[in-house]
Write a protein that binds this ligand. Structure first.
Ligand code: FIX
Ligand code: ZN
Length: 416
């Protein structure tokens, strides 16, 4: 039995350090899908978070057009110069690149980018991918599979090898908003009787398309991201599509629907992926969806810090809602700490504390290393409060609870 607070703290830190993590949302791809899988020094340094940060300090004559026309190595050189050499790499994304290179055993103190590049050039992706997952201590990562992306669909149709550690998710954003006409064409082409002017038959056919796709890809969940203007309810086309097609298909396929809510698209289009901002969304819209669909299961993460408290309280009201991750602009130590404290205090272990959102394979290393430290600090506080109140958690119970928030509760939710 743990006899004192110091022993308790070490037991908690050890449990967090060693827990196997399930990464419930990433943008990774199988190595067999070629350049879709991003990895290596130049991809790490041109991650869109760093591109945005570069343009906060770059000279005015570096236009977006000039930057995007450069080869990736030249882009990475600019990021390295402006964000690592000329200024302290104090942002989460710059520090992340350093953590990644350091954990791979590279000489970051030497600051020699070309020797770092040389090391990556010697890696073989089929051995490197499992090495990265082992370093990050991940059992599996869920991908983002754009079923309306011709490039991605082409790879899936070739039935290429997919490592066990990568699971699929049906990403269906183009069904909503301005992608609708294009995807109607894709589904019609595939033999589904859908019409641009949606009627009940069309919604039934969209449902059949999603169920058929699920049988092929066997997704962990369906997923879509929604802007801060997210609205649900009344007789809108979106509400009918969710009610008659998406939720029924997810229920029939036996998987949750994951909603990522709060991006503000197009704030600065010149930055491309880096040009998305954040906005406060309406949690009542999500509340109405949960009230109307007790038969469904919903995974949710929201982008605005402002939304977190109301969303966490909402998760106390519905067992078919499961919160995950500190998404994107929330994936910073100051907000991860606040969100993790708030979730533990309101939900116990019934949530998933983090996801990496890794777009570049190597990022798994820093995203999980940084988050483990922050979550461990919070858990030490929480278990110490318990200890002071006379409770004596065992090491096994601590390991159980830590696994719960790093993937165990997610697995339970999937099986519910
Ligand atoms: O919608 C999403 O999956 C977002 O995570 C991405 O679009 C975003 O670019 C990202 O990678 C954030 O971390
Ligand atoms: Zn994402």
């Amino acid at each position: 039995m743990i006899e004192d607070a110091n022993e308790l703290a070490s037991a908690v830190r050890k449990a967090v350090e060693t827990v196997v993590v399930t990464d419930v949302h990433t943008h990774l791809f199988p190595p067999s899908h070629g350049d879709l899988l991003l990895w290596g020094a130049d991809e790490v340094l041109t991650y869109h978070y760093l591109v945005a940060e570069l343009f906060t300090v770059a000279p005015r004559d570096l236009t977006y057009e000039k930057f995007w026309a450069m080869p990736k190595t030249a882009q990475a050189d600019l990021v390295w110069e402006h964000l690592f050499l000329k200024r302290g790499a104090l942002s989460e994304a710059t520090r992340g690149a350093i953590t990644t290179f350091n954990r791979l055993g590279l000489d970051v103190a030497g600051r020699d980018l070309d020797s770092i590049r040389k090391w990556f050039a010697e890696q073989k992706i089929d051995e490197y991918l499992p090495k990265v997952l082992e370093l990050a201590n991940i059992d599996y990562a869920v991908m983002t599979n754009g079923i309306f992306s011709a490039e991605q669909v082409d790879f899936w149709q070739r039935d290429l090898p997919v490592p066990e550690c990568l699971k699929t998710a049906l990403r269906i954003d183009p069904l909503f908003g301005d992608g609708w006409e294009r995807v109607v064409g894709v589904m019609a082409e595939a033999g589904y009787a859908v019409k641009t002017e949606p009627d009940d038959k069309t919604f039934d056919e969209v449902r059949r398309f999603l169920v058929d796709y699920s049988a092929r890809l066997k997704p962990v969940y369906f997923a879509a991201s929604f802007g801060s203007q997210f609205a649900y309810g009344g007789d809108t086309a979106f509400t009918r599509l969710v009610d008659r097609a998406v939720v029924p298909a997810a229920v029939e396929a036996g998987v949750p629907f994951a909603l990522m809510i709060g991006g503000r698209g197009g704030v600065n289009p010149g930055l491309r992926d880096a040009g998305v901002g954040v906005g406060v969304a309406d949690v009542m819209a999500l509340t109405r969806m949960l009230q109307r669909h007790p038969e469904g299961k919903f995974l949710v993460t929201m982008l605005s810090r402002v939304n977190q408290h109301e969303l966490t309280v909402l998760a106390r009201k519905f067992g078919h809602l499961h919160l995950f991750g500190c998404w994107w602009f929330c994936n910073n130590p100051s907000i991860i700490e606040e969100m993790t404290r708030q979730r533990l205090e309101l939900l116990g272990t019934a949530f998933t504390c983090q996801h990496s959102d890794a777009r570049v394979l190597d990022q798994l290393i820093y995203k999980w290393s940084h988050s483990r430290k922050i979550v461990a600090d919070v858990l030490v506080d929480k278990y110490t409060d318990l200890f002071v109140a006379g409770w004596r958690p065992t090491e096994d119970e601590i390991a159980r609870d830590v696994r719960a928030i790093f993937g165990g509760s997610f697995a339970e939710f999937l099986d519910k």
